[in-house]
Design a binder for this molecule. Structure first.
Ligand code: SF4
Length: 316
């Protein structure tokens, strides 16, 4: 089985076109089912259906303090906090067996919204400072899991960042199944430039973590995993990508002619000025890596972080 087809992505169920919303409708995302569908196994979740609220049902909203909101039905004013929290707890417990590599949540929902969910104050006015009840439970149970809202996936940079984290997290999970000092060092080596493109600071700190591994000592898996996923949350920018690519070019300098180097530098300038997409210099670099097979570069995930058909590096 390929890595992709074995990858499980949790999804708010209404985004898959299932008619589970309060009004009996759905919020189908064609990007999720059409583009991500062939690459992932979806694990659909609807916390409000799990809570037994039914379809259709009275809409609910969050009220009170954004840090600890109450769930109230909008017309009949019933307090539904506990049943929704219990449903979220059951779902999160069941998800532990699903080996998820990421989760896509429906935005603005009092159950699924990840951020800026409306919480109504006593005066009846909303503040956009809440987190949905299920989203909160999910993040608490799986702090390293890449989680994103469907609306933010419309932004090319956020989309690329999320999908990249999903693939790294899947590899990290696989390492945790059979961890060793050698495997951790190899993991870090192969992700070095990918991490650099997000956060050179984290790349150095992670190098310090792996450099501190003592023979026979305890592996720093928790520290490495937390730093890794924290660093990858930082967006890769043209400047950071160019820095990573320049470092990689350094491993090819003995192989490239002056003309080839000049061509690569021209492409990097054009990419930095956002006239061409990242895929252009990456494709040329991949060509040289395939041709000359420098050992340190050949295994770099930065060169192939996710399937090409996702076209995540094709925007300028
Ligand atoms: S609870 Fe979540 S999955 Fe269910 S309908 Fe609302 S947003 Fe969609």
């Amino acid at each position: 089985m390929s890595q992709e087809s074995s990858m499980a992505l949790g999804v708010s169920q209404c985004l898959l076109g299932h008619e589970v919303r309060y009004d009996g409708g759905h919020k189908h995302s064609s990007y999720i089912t059409g583009v991500l569908g062939p690459l992932f196994r979806f694990v659909p979740v609807c916390p409000e259906v799990e809570a037994g609220f039914g379809i259709p049902r009275e809409p609910i909203r969050l009220e009170g303090e954004p840090e600890r909101p109450r769930v109230i039905s909008q017309k009949t004013r019933r307090e539904l906090t506990l049943p929704l929290q219990e449903a979220a707890g059951r779902l999160v417990g069941a998800l532990a067996d699903e080996r998820l590599c990421g989760f896509i949540l429906k935005r603005d929902s009092p159950s699924c919204g990840l951020e800026r969910v409306r919480v109504y104050k006593e005066n009846g006015m909303p503040v956009q400072q809440g987190v949905g009840i299920f989203a909160h439970a999910l993040g608490a149970a799986f702090p390293l899991l890449p989680i994103e809202e469907e609306g933010r996936l419309n932004d090319a940079a956020l989309r690329e960042n999320f999908i990249e984290r999903v693939f790294v997290y899947q590899r990290w999970r696989e390492l945790l199944e059979n961890p060793s000092a050698q495997a951790l060092v190899a993991f870090h080596t192969r992700h070095k430039f990918l991490i650099m493109a997000h956060s050179p600071t984290h790349m150095r700190q992670l190098g310090g973590v792996t450099g501190g591994i003592k023979k026979g000592g305890e592996l720093p898996l928790d520290a490495y995993g937390a730093l890794l996923m924290e660093g990858l949350k930082r967006l890769a920018t043209p400047k950071k990508n160019v820095d990573a690519l320049m470092h990689m070019m350094g491993f090819l300098k003995a192989h490239l002619s002056a003309d080839e180097k000049a061509e690569m530098l021209e492409l990097l300038d054009a990419y930095r000025a956002e006239r061409i997409p990242l895929i252009v210099p990456i494709t040329l670099l991949n060509h040289y890596v395939r041709k000359f097979a420098p050992p340190y570069l050949s295994g770099q995930w930065y060169l192939h972080p996710h399937p090409l058909e996702l076209k995540l590096r094709n925007h300028a």
